[in-house]
Design a protein around this ligand. Structure first.
Ligand SMILES: [Zn+2]
Ligand SMILES: [Zn+2]
Length: 258
């Protein structure tokens, strides 16, 4: 399985940097997990292929350019962009984003070929299909309804924590898996900002270290993501100091293969 964290920050010369301001993972060039930078960081080839997008929660850094992505493709879509989310999150997207004020309600619109956007409500805790992938969504502990995901292509399994603080069900689900090849986990704030991490329901390197003790699997890659750009260097240093084998900071733009 190929997984890429899309770029979301560019310097004044237009060169992509390592800072992650938005969240969008691309799996096998065709399925997106979240859509923060989906309209700005796909290749043209990827843009033609991506029609399945799983939205873990409605925070702006995870959906920022989703409306623009659909807008860009509007006249040429021969099938709808499918947005997979819990019913609760679909309701929030319809109320707060695709509400004719912030942006058009694309789920009501058609181009010459048919509907341009379609919601696919996802179940909690039981598997569903997204393109060639099997996915399980698990509620995690964030300030809005949010799911973590386990994604499998039949050979490899990759888990996405999404945004979360201390949680239990997610780890239980991972511990029940036979194999886990990679865990993509958030580490948003440096340790000195533990208070803010707590109220906004995110991890620091220290709280992540505690949390990982709940994980029974060994040997999988652990990729830290969602490092707040302002504190990136400090968080990287603190993550490295944990000395957790196979814990790395995920590099935007790079294609990882499991
Ligand atoms: Zn969030
Ligand atoms: Zn976020």
């Amino acid at each position: 399985m190929k997984v890429q964290l899309l770029h979301s920050t560019f310097d004044a010369q237009g060169v992509a940097t390592l800072e992650q301001r938005l969240t969008c993972f691309l799996i096998d060039d065709c399925v997106a997990v979240d859509a923060g930078s989906i309209a700005i960081a796909l290749t043209n080839e990827q843009r033609l292929k991506v029609r399945d997008i799983i939205v873990t929660h409605p925070h702006l850094d995870h959906i920022a350019s989703l409306p623009i992505f659909i807008d860009d493709l509007y006249p040429e879509l021969k099938e709808p962009v499918r947005v997979y989310a819990t019913q609760e999150v679909i309701g929030l997207l319809e109320r707060d984003v695709f509400n004719w004020n912030v942006y058009p309600r694309f789920s009501d619109l058609k181009n010459d070929y048919g509907p341009v956007m379609e919601y696919v409500p996802i179940p909690i805790g039981s598997p569903f299909k997204v393109a060639h992938l099997d996915v399980v969504a698990v509620p995690v502990n964030h300030i809005v309804p949010t799911v973590g995901l386990v994604v499998s292509d039949g050979k490899k399994s990759v888990a996405f924590s999404s945004d979360t603080a201390e949680t239990d069900r997610f780890w239980q689900v991972l511990n029940e898996l036979k194999d886990l090849d990679a865990l993509l986990i958030e580490a948003s704030f440096p340790d000195r900002m533990a208070k803010l991490a707590e109220v906004s329901r995110h991890f620091t390197p220290a709280s992540l270290n505690e949390e990982l003790k709940k994980l029974a699997h060994n040997g999988m890659d652990i990729m830290a993501v969602h490092l707040k750009p302002t504190y990136r260097d400090e968080i990287v240093e603190q993550l490295n100091a944990l000395n957790i084998p196979k814990l790395k900071v995920m590099e935007p733009g790079r294609v990882y293969e499991w």
